[in-house]
Write a protein of this length. Structure first.
Length: 279
């Protein structure tokens, strides 16, 4: 490209801003932060110009800022051409958004209760947990359960997301412990066991799997609940290296699968059993 062609490819900052969907002030700010440098800066006037090829990056920044991604993370995302690495940055941001959404749902519910006169704004006697009604606890327990699964499904969790996954699972189990029935408690224990098995932590995985089985057997649970309880024991034992015990519990889980009424439920448990690390 000749010098004249190169100059023709340069866009004034105002036109570039309009095409990118950003303000001139934002472009100057991103230049200062090293997120999007202009292709040319006049050494006498300081006037900035950008190449058309930079529009994709600029539009990406605009889109991600609309999605409330921190600017430091946008810089890192733009610096890599690895699609997997970009997905990891987006997954980390998704986890934070989901956590914030859960907090806002809680705030929305409480404000709604207060606006309807269902409780004092400040109580001298009640603690924060005392103020939670049964419906709120059930909603929190279910939302936290689902949030934990979202974190489980992230392929490359950050350490912060791993902490969040552990605490979210335990928080779900805690709230079910306050308002749930035996089936809810067992499922909460199962979730905790799955999280620890995923992390390769055999001792807590086995503890919660055993509690899941004890609760299900004591309550007479059947169908997919008891099958998944046996599967969790097999998984926890396998993580701990007890392959003989793991195979025995896996066999019990497969036998229990024969009693599951719904084919789709049976396929879920069978799919979990197929992923057991039995050697």
């Amino acid at each position: 490209m000749s010098e004249s062609d190169a100059d023709a490819d340069l866009l004034p900052i105002g036109r570039f801003a309009r095409l990118a969907g950003l303000s001139v002030g934002a472009l100057r700010h991103y230049d200062e932060l090293g997120v999007l440098r202009p292709a040319d800066v006049d050494r006498f006037t300081g006037y900035r110009r950008y190449r058309r090829a930079q529009l994709e990056s600029a539009r990406t920044i605009a889109r991600l800022r609309d999605l409330e991604m921190p600017i430091d993370e946008i810089r890192e995302l733009l610096a890599t051409d690895d699609p997997g690495e970009r997905r990891r940055w987006l997954a980390a941001h998704r986890g934070r958004v989901e956590a914030r959404t859960l907090r806002l749902q809680r705030i929305l519910h409480v404000v709604g209760q207060l606006s309807e006169g269902k409780g004092p704004i400040v109580s001298d006697t009640a603690t924060a947990t005392d103020a939670l009604d049964e419906a709120t606890r059930r909603r929190l327990a279910a939302d936290l359960y689902n949030h934990t699964w979202t974190l489980i499904e992230i392929a490359d969790r950050s350490p912060a997301q791993t902490d969040e996954m552990i605490h979210s699972a335990h928080a779900s189990r805690y709230h079910w412990g306050e308002v749930g029935e035996a089936v809810n408690l067992a499922r909460g224990e199962w979730l905790c066991s799955r999280v620890y098995s995923l992390l390769g932590r055999a001792e807590p995985a086995l503890w919660h799997a055993r509690r899941c089985v004890e609760i299900d057997e004591a309550s007479g649970a059947r169908d997919w609940d008891i099958a998944s309880a046996y599967e969790s024991m097999a998984r926890a034992l396998a993580v701990g290296g007890d392959l003989k015990g793991a195979r025995e519990w896996a066999a019990r889980a497969r036998a229990a699968c024969d009693e599951i009424a719904e084919a789709e439920d049976r396929e879920v448990i069978e799919g979990d059993l197929a992923t057991l690390p039995l050697g």
